[in-house]
Design a protein around this ligand. Structure first.
Ligand code: AHR
Length: 756
């Protein structure tokens, strides 16, 4: 290993600029089984028998349930417990039904579980036995009469993982619905949140929590929009819906539980409501609530604010009190829209809602939206709209590769005055140390732009290993384990040690890393979901042989190129399959021209650096590849300029971003400790194979000084994978306050104080 390089960190005097006090928070959306099957402490899957094919192909009311004798179990809908909970089981004993839970039901010896369900029987009392394998069991007698809620306690006799068995050992017919099994808390009451995941969230010391999404907030289609009123009150009466993430939303963690989660973790709520239009990814395009429905929708939004903040004398404040919360939830922010396409319909609906909130609740900070990327058409249009309307804050989203984050550490220093920014979703596209450090570098940049950036949340937050629709995620979990990623530790290190006064930092001995085009490369063709023939191939003026690619097959190499000066032309014809094909050009860093990607709806140029990709240009809407219809593609690389023609149309024409990367990044803030003394919080990223030793000079030297140093280091840049815990965890040491060791590929937070 090479000797550490010496660098200097000069922390200048505070210039009156405060750190954004609520900068670090959480984004919660029920995708990847984050809520149902995750944070929701419920152990029974599909306890309401409401799963259906609309949630997921092949699902129905009996998904996750297994009768021993199918003929003795009937799914019925007549006279249900509630119209929102239309399906129930009629069990004709003797019979047993078994529920899988989510990858089993984990229990710990000695732990109490609260079983509850609704049941009715017409004849004699019926004995029912409930058990989790041979780990815990109980008995309940169902009395004749209408629907009645039953409760019982199961105490686990040992640790283990089983399935919930409900058995009618003798004859007798019972209707069964809303089956629930939750661990009991210290007060004996069933828990709302899975405790280990709740702790993991609390350990992030979030200032705010955004909910319910993400795309889930505005739904795939108008009947899939998340309406808060259907998510409060008794769970068995809540409105359940298919999730656009391909599963079912039980809404058991609805708006009250969300506000309770905020309270439990000391966070301020940021609910996100649809801006009167559904998700831009809705097949056929986003639709808007019609004029006739808009007044009621706007009233719903106003009612949410009253529900959160109104006194119990108001109708919705009274409802909150009735649900156990006489004290308000202190709502100060409201997200309006999520990554929406900035259409005329969007502008119209958004304006009506924002105007109403301004009129009735000027105290609420409305957060507008600016598309799914940190740039592009909806980003530009969203920002122009927000500026024109004087919207208080704009939500920006970006999932980019680590290089992009290192290139954009100073992004917000050049923002024009206007709406402030909530960086509502971001992640550096992998669970590696490389990505975690790139996020840390960017976060230092966010922290030092408090005039612009007020709030930021990594996304997505939670993911059940093996059940993801999106990676990377911050926290993976199984039925029994919590597996925090390296990015999780970065988030925690920022959030748990915060300064309040910003200080400028001058670094000595550090230069940004130049970004250059690769010197050599090649061209490769592939097609993940189609069989494609390529003919009339001309690469740099040389005619090449026709080739073919097949689904999932190895890429076919066409030959070497100079990635700064290359021209490729080919005609591609799909023989079978879905979607289109990919032309990859380059070496270590490469470009992929996707023709017919994203459900065959677009063309896009993707770049890969250090093996991690993101969109470089596009996606741009396109009619898609059609079987048997040839597509002529031309790609020209000319220095940093990239041009792509499809059937003669120039679709992509842009310059690759060759700005240098900031891989050694330092930020500083100070705060006043309880005893009135000054403490400095120094954060330093060293996303580099060379160790550094930094000499620190503080604006007001603290002598003698001691530093509590938290270091995340020790793993290579490419270590760290989805579904596993970070390869390294932060280590806390004590050091003198004037030097800081920055190991290779590390993130360090030092709190420097005068030695007592
Ligand atoms: O975080 C996952 C998804 O990414 C969110 O639902 C959406 O807003 C974004 O596209």
């Amino acid at each position: 290993m090479s000797a550490p390089e010496r660098i200097t960190i000069d922390v200048g005097a505070h210039q009156g600029v405060g750190v954004a006090p609520e900068l670090w928070g959480l984004f919660i959306e029920d995708l990847n089984d984050a809520l149902d099957g995750g944070l929701n402490a419920e152990r029974v899957r599909n306890g309401d028998f409401e799963f259906s094919a609309a949630d997921h192909d092949g699902w129905d009311a009996l998904t996750a349930w297994h009768p021993d004798v199918a003929e003795r179990v009937e799914v019925r809908t007549d006279a249900p417990i509630h119209p929102n909970n239309a399906h129930y089981l009629r069990l004709a004993g003797p019979v047993t039904v078994v529920n899988d839970g989510w990858d089993g039901i984990a229990v710990t010896g000695g732990q109490d579980f609260r079983l509850s369900f609704f049941a009715r029987t017409a004849g004699e009392p019926v004995r029912l036995v409930a058990a989790v394998d041979d780990l815990a069991s109980t008995e309940v007698t169902v009395r004749p009469g209408g629907w009645h809620r039953y409760e019982a306690t199961l105490i686990a006799v040992a640790d283990g993982q089983g399935r919930l068995r409900i058995e009618i050992p003798e004859s007798g017919t019972v209707d069964l619905d809303h089956v629930s099994l939750r661990p009991a808390g210290p007060d004996g009451e069933p828990l709302t949140f899975r405790p280990d995941l709740l702790e993991a969230l609390k350990d992030l010391a979030p200032s705010f929590i955004r909910f319910p999404g993400g795309c889930l907030a505005h739904g795939l289609g108008l009947d899939n929009v998340y309406h808060w009123k259907t998510t409060i009150g008794p769970r068995h009466k809540r409105g359940q819906l298919p999730s656009l993430w391909g599963y079912h939303q039980s809404r058991q963690i609805g708006y009250v539980e969300y506000f309770e989660l905020c309270q439990a973790s000391g966070a301020t709520p940021i609910p996100v409501v649809a801006a009167g239009v559904c998700c831009q990814n809705t097949p056929g395009g986003p639709q808007a609530i019609d004029d006739a429905g808009m007044d009621a929708y706007i009233q719903d939004v106003l009612d949410l604010i009253e529900f959160a903040n109104g006194s119990p004398d108001t109708p919705w404040g009274a409802r909150r009190a009735e649900l156990g919360h006489p004290e308000p939830f202190d709502l100060r922010y409201l997200g309006l829209g999520n990554e929406d396409e900035i259409t005329d319909d969007f502008r119209d609906r958004y304006a009506r809602i924002e105007d109403a909130v301004r009129e009735h609740h000027p105290e609420i900070c409305v957060i507008g939206t600016s598309g799914p990327q940190f740039f592009g058409r909806d980003y530009e249009a969203g920002w122009a709209f927000a500026r024109a309307r004087g919207t208080a804050m704009v939500d920006e989203h970006g999932y980019r590769n680590p290089r992009w984050f290192h290139q954009n550490v100073d992004r917000y220093l050049t923002y024009e005055p206007g709406p402030q920014v909530y960086v509502g979703e971001y992640a550096a596209r992998s669970n590696t140390i490389r990505s975690a450090l790139a996020e840390a570098a960017y976060m230092i940049g966010l922290e030092r732009s408090p005039g612009v950036v007020r709030l930021a949340s990594y996304a997505p937050l939670l993911a059940r290993a093996g059940h993801t629709q999106w990676t990377p995620d911050l926290i993976y979990f199984t039925a029994t384990e919590v597996l925090p990623s390296a990015s999780y530790h970065v988030q925690a290190m920022f959030s748990r040690e915060r300064g309040s006064r910003l200080h400028p930092v001058t670094l000595g001995g550090v230069e940004p890393e130049p970004v250059t085009l690769p010197k050599t490369g090649s061209v490769r063709l592939s097609s993940q979901r189609a069989s494609v023939d390529y003919a009339d191939i001309v690469l740099d003026g040389v005619v090449r042989q026709a080739v073919s690619t097949s689904p999932g097959g190895e890429p076919v190499e066409l030959g070497g190129i100079d990635p700064a000066a290359a021209t490729l032309e080919l005609t591609a014809t799909r023989r079978a399959g879905d979607e289109g094909f990919v032309v990859e050009l380059g070496g270590e860093s490469y470009l992929q021209v996707h023709v017919g990607s994203w459900q065959n709806k677009s063309t896009v140029v993707i770049r890969g650096d250090d093996g991690i990709t993101n969109e470089d240009h596009g996606p741009l809407h396109w009619h898609g590849v059609r079987t048997g219809v040839p597509v002529r593609v031309k790609v020209r690389l000319d220095g940093a300029r990239v041009r792509v023609w499809v059937d003669g149309e120039l679709r992509h024409d842009y310059e690759q971003d060759l700005r240098p990367e900031h891989r050694v990044v330092v930020g500083a803030a100070s705060r006043t400790a309880a005893d009135g003394s000054t403490e400095y919080v120094i954060r330093a990223v060293n996303a580099h194979p060379t160790a550094r030793v930094a000499s620190i000079r503080l604006a007001e030297p603290l002598e003698p000084a001691v530093a509590t140093v938290t270091t995340l280091a020790g793993a290579g840049p490419d270590e760290g994978r989805p579904f596993t815990a970070s390869p390294v965890t932060p280590v806390v040491t004590t050091a003198a306050g004037d030097t800081l060791d920055l190991p290779p590929w590390s993130f360090v937070t030092a709190v420097i104080r005068r030695t007592p």
